[in-house]
Design a binder for this molecule. Structure first.
Ligand SMILES: C[S@@+](CC[C@H](N)C(=O)[O-])C[C@H]1O[C@@H](n2cnc3c(N)ncnc32)[C@H](O)[C@@H]1O
Length: 285
């Protein structure tokens, strides 16, 4: 058990609730203080060009998935320690196989649950057919730190880099450490697909989306995680992450030509005995 987990386990519930409430209040104050962002959505994929049902029910992608899953299952990536849940991992895989982006940016590597699935989809649908792809995954922490081995704190045996390397996906995957906004605003690269799963506070997502749009290639895709429509819980446990909804609502109210399409009910299970996902695509209207 890490020190952080130990402290959490011995802290009374009401103290944890108070800490969360105070953190949320600070986050909201910071969010409302931010000046208006300018946003250009011209490179974002149009809503008419997205058919989620076709993507998620694709037989071809399903066959790829069955093959990749055999590799992926060699690792036991835990559920419930901060990585995207197994159903969301599969949805990511389908989206990547469908859109076939040549360049991908992921914000929020953590234990690499999503990272491995993105890399696997890129390999199966493109690299395996002789196509070149480039995948960058970023986290504010050094998720592969050999000294601290942070992945062990989250119940997973291998670092994201070790998992990626096992199948040779390291030939097209690069890990970056740093703040998403700094990385996005300073990179000279552009991307076909950007997955935002880092800091989910309203303030950060409000700034990440316009910055991500600036480095998006034409017909590019931006995928959000932890999107709770109308800021209502999606599951019976009542959990709620407000930031991504607040951020997109504010951008839309300020005139952005964007819309969020939640993936909703997936054709396979996600968590708490449901098929519901908090994944959502950002599209142009
Ligand atoms: C929910 S986890 C991502 C889960 C990951 N996609 C997976 O499936 O394993 C969020 C991650 O974002 C990172 N993070 C938080 N704020 C960030 C920021 N501003 N820039 C980059 N990464 C950030 C955290 O360190 C954490 O590892």
């Amino acid at each position: 058990m890490s020190l952080k987990q130990l402290v959490k386990s011995i802290t009374p519930g009401f103290v944890i609730k108070k800490i969360h409430a105070s953190r949320k209040a600070k986050e909201m104050a910071a969010f409302h203080k931010l000046s208006t962002e300018q946003l250009d959505s011209k490179n974002l994929i149009h809503e008419n060009d997205v058919n989620l049902s076709e993507i998620l029910n694709s037989k071809t992608i399903g066959e790829f998935w069955n093959q990749s899953k055999q590799e992926i299952d060699q690792f036991i990536i835990p559920d419930g320690t901060g990585g995207v849940n197994p159903g969301d991992r599969r949805a990511l895989y389908y989206l990547l196989c469908h859109f076939k982006p040549k360049s991908v940016l992921e914000v929020g590597t953590h234990i690499g649950a999503s990272t491995l699935h993105i890399a696997s989809a890129l390999f199966m649908s493109q690299v395996n057919h002789g196509l070149e792809v480039d995948f960058k995954t970023a986290d504010i922490r050094d998720v592969n730190c050999k000294q601290n081995k942070p992945w062990l704190d989250y119940g997973t045996k291998y670092s994201p880099l070790e998992m990626i390397t096992k199948f040779g996906y390291d030939s097209f995957t690069t890990f970056k450490a740093g703040m998403s906004l700094d990385l996005i605003k300073t990179t000279s690269e552009t991307f076909d697909f950007i997955f935002l799963d880092g800091d989910h506070s309203g303030g950060t997502v409000y700034q990440e989306i316009p910055a991500a749009l600036n480095i998006l290639n034409p017909n590019g895709v931006i995928l959000l995680h932890d999107f709770f429509p109308e800021m209502k819980p999606l599951w019976s446990n009542g959990s709620l992450v407000e930031g991504p909804y607040l951020a997109t609502e504010r951008l839309i109210q300020e005139g952005a030509n964007i819309k969020v399409i939640p993936l909703g009910d997936l054709p396979w299970p996600t968590k708490l005995d449901t098929n519901i996902t908090s994944l959502a695509l950002l599209v142009r209207t």
